[in-house]
Design a protein around this ligand. Structure first.
Ligand SMILES: Cc1ncc(COP(=O)(O)O)c(C=O)c1O
Length: 310
């Protein structure tokens, strides 16, 4: 709300990526959604926390800072000319389901998540993050309790390895994992069976933690060195003359590709940024520990695409 207020004081629209927030409007105990906080446009992926088919992202628009015809023409540049009617039907079905049963469904989901968080907290070596870790002055405004975020560094492994183990042994797909955490995303579609499966899988993994112990740890740089300097326009770097160099040799060069660790799916490098050794070591040691960098030309990140000198 404060960011919206600052934008509006300057006559600027606030546009929010609320990909994981399709459910937020439908229960008072969930965080405030962007439009209630005063955003002008927000984009939600109804296929994530809602019941839509994949690719069903929607815009919400309010106020007069963004004109509907302008938003529509921008979308038209990128959108398909062959929309799938099944997506529209699923979106409408979700809208109806939420109007009629949203609060009851999320009452149940929140209760189940609360119990699951308590049970998971009791498993040896897992620390479940709560509002105290993320919220407060200078930090996030709120936290979605349906995301059960766990720090497993006491197991001396990475979240990547733990997530792979749970998928292989219990067919559980976690939401995100990083160098020391895993996160289970619960939704209105969960029930006691799925919660039980999660607790059983994590309990067994706690007992068998030696199987996932990491060799070399991920070299995680401080946030300040993860922020790279943009020295060239992204399109000039991406479409210009490039070469593939060893990852060690890329230190100080200008990136010509995007490098995005999945999870969490936030680019660590975009074209036009000057690479540094910290970020390169983070990606290289991360891949060794199970991180996936799908958008790299060389997904092992043993080499990197950079702008050709001269
Ligand atoms: C914060 C955020 N924004 C956007 C996206 C992409 O959304 P979509 O699946 O609608 O393309 C994701 C996907 O995970 C995301 O986490």
């Amino acid at each position: 709300a404060a960011i919206a207020e600052v934008c509006h004081r300057r006559g600027r629209p606030l546009i929010v990526d609320e990909a994981w927030g399709a459910h937020l409007p439908f229960h008072p105990d969930l965080p405030t959604w962007a439009m209630d906080a005063g955003a002008d446009v927000c984009v939600t992926s109804v296929h994530k926390m809602g019941s839509a088919l994949e690719q069903s992202s929607v815009f919400h628009l309010q106020g007069d800072l963004v004109r509907p015809e302008v938003l529509r023409s921008r979308e038209d540049l990128l959108g398909t000319t062959s929309p799938n009617v099944l997506m529209y039907a699923a979106l409408d079905g979700w809208r109806r389901q939420m109007v009629q049963h949203g609060e009851a469904l999320f009452d149940h989901a929140l209760g189940l998540a609360r119990k699951t968080r308590e049970r998971v907290s009791g498993i040896d070596g897992i620390r479940v993050h709560g509002r105290d870790d993320f919220c407060g002055p200078g930090r996030a405004a709120d936290m979605d309790p349906l995301q059960i975020i766990m720090d497993i560094s006491a197991w001396e492994t990475t979240g990547y390895r733990a997530a792979d183990w749970l998928r292989a042994h219990h067919r559980i797909n976690l939401h995100i994992a990083d160098h020391r955490r895993i996160s289970a995303q619960s939704t209105h579609a969960d029930d006691t069976d799925t919660a039980e499966a999660l607790v059983a899988g994590l309990t067994e993994l706690s007992e068998r933690r030696a199987e996932v112990r990491s060799g070399r740890p991920v070299e995680m740089p401080p946030p300040s060195t993860l922020r790279l300097e943009q020295v060239m326009l992204p399109r000039d770097a991406f479409f210009g003359r490039t070469e593939q160099v060893s990852w060690e040799g890329a230190d100080g060069r200008i990136a010509a590709e995007m490098l995005t660790p999945y999870p969490p799916g936030i680019p660590a490098v975009v074209p036009g940024e000057r690479l540094n050794g910290d970020v390169l070591r983070y990606l290289r040691t991360g891949v060794e520990a199970g991180m996936v960098v799908p958008d790299a030309v060389d997904t092992a990140v043993t080499s990197v695409r950079v702008v050709r000198d001269g």
